[in-house]
Design a protein around this ligand. Structure first.
Ligand code: ADP
Length: 270
C-alpha cells in the first residue's frame, strides 16, 4: 500500500536456497516519527522558560544594590519556575499516556466523584474570576478505568472553560448515560473556537492564541492529555463551538456493565 515501509533481508540457506525476510516496519516507523516530533516540540517549549529564568537571574545580579528590584525579579523567577515544573509534569504525563495503548489496570470509577474532585480543585480559581460553576450528574454512573487520570481530564476541560471565559459567566458540567456510553459535557460561555481550529486544539502544544494561553498559565498540552486519557479508556472527546457563543466539550466513555444494567432497571420501573 502507498506509504508502507518494508524492510527486507536476504540470507543464504545452504547451497541452493536463500531466505528472504520481509518485515512491515510502517507502524514502528510511525511510532519513531511521533517520538522524534515530541522530543523536538518539548525542547522548543522548554527553551522559552529556561531562557527566561536565565535572563531574570542576570537581572537579579545586576540589580543587587536595589532590594525592591531584586524582590520583583525573584518573584517573577518563582512564577516562571512553577510554570516550568507544571510543564515538565504535563510532558511526563503525556509521554506516559502516548506509550500506553490501553490501561494496564482498570478499576470501577464513579463519575460523580470524578466530577466533584475536579471541581473542588477549581472552585477558588472560578470564584476569583466570578465564574459560577454548576454540575449535574446522573446517579450511578460508572466506567472502568483510572480515577486519577479521569480527574485530570475533567479538570483540564473545566480549567480551560474558566481560563478562557470572561468574568461573571457560567461554566456547567453534566454527566449522563447515552446508550452504552457515559457522556460528560463541559459547557462555557467563552469566546468559542473557530471551526478550522476545532481539530487542531487537541494537538500537543497547539494554542489558538499563544500569548493568551501563556497568560493563563497554559502549556498547550491540556487537551492533548484529555484526548489520550479518553482513547486509553476506549472513548473519545469532541467539541461543539460557535465563535461568540461559547463551547461544549463532550467526553464519551464506555459505561461499566453494571451502569447499563442499573439504568435499564430504572427505565423499566419508571
Ligand atoms: P492551553 O494550556 O493553552 O490551555 P490546551 O491544550 O488545554 O492548552 O488548549 C489548546 C488551545 O485551545 C488553547 O490554547 C485555547 O486557544 C483553546 N481552548 C481550549 N479550551 C477552550 C475553551 N473552553 N474556550 C476557548 N478556547 C479554548
Amino acid at each position: 500500500a502507498p506509504g508502507t515501509f518494508v524492510h527486507a533481508r536476504v540470507a543464504p540457506l545452504g547451497d541452493r536456497h536463500v531466505l528472504l525476510l520481509v518485515e512491515d516496519m510502517t507502524q514502528a516507523r510511525r511510532v519513531e516519527a511521533v517520538r522524534r516530533d515530541f522530543v523536538a516540540n518539548v525542547s522548543h517549549e522548554l527553551k522559552t522558560p529556561v531562557g527566561g529564568l536565565g535572563l531574570l537571574a542576570e537581572a537579579v545580579l545586576d540589580a543587587r544594590d536595589d532590594p525592591e528590584a531584586v524582590t520583583r525579579f525573584a518573584t517573577r523567577m518563582q512564577v516562571e519556575s512553577q510554570r516550568l515544573s507544571s510543564l515538565v509534569k504535563e510532558i511526563v504525563d503525556l509521554s506516559r499516556l502516548q506509550g500506553a495503548e490501553v490501561l494496564s489496570t482498570a478499576q470501577r470509577v464513579d463519575i460523580e466523584r470524578v466530577v466533584d474532585e475536579a471541581l473542588d480543585h477549581l472552585r477558588v480559581t472560578a470564584n476569583a474570576r466570578r465564574i459560577s460553576l454548576a454540575d449535574k450528574c446522573a446517579d450511578e454512573l460508572y466506567v472502568l478505568g483510572d480515577h486519577a487520570l479521569l480527574v485530570t481530564a475533567i479538570r483540564n476541560l473545566v480549567g480551560n472553560a474558566i481560563a478562557y471565559s470572561d468574568e461573571g459567566t457560567r461554566v456547567g458540567v453534566g454527566a449522563r448515560l447515552v446508550g452504552e456510553m457515559v457522556e460528560i459535557t463541559v459547557t462555557d460561555q467563552g469566546p468559542g473556537i473557530p471551526e478550522h481550529e476545532q481539530e487542531r486544539i487537541f494537538e500537543r502544544f497547539y494554542r489558538i492564541d499563544a500569548a493568551r494561553s501563556r497568560a493563563t498559565g497554559g502549556t498547550g498540552l491540556g487537551l492533548a492529555i484529555v484526548k489520550h486519557v479518553c482513547a486509553n479508556h476506549g472513548g473519545d472527546i469532541s467539541v461543539w463551538s460557535e465563535p461568540g457563543e461559547g463551547s461544549t466539550f463532550t467526553v464519551r466513555l464506555p459505561a461499566a456493565p453494571e451502569t447499563i444494567a442499573a439504568h435499564r432497571e430504572q427505565d423499566q420501573s419508571g
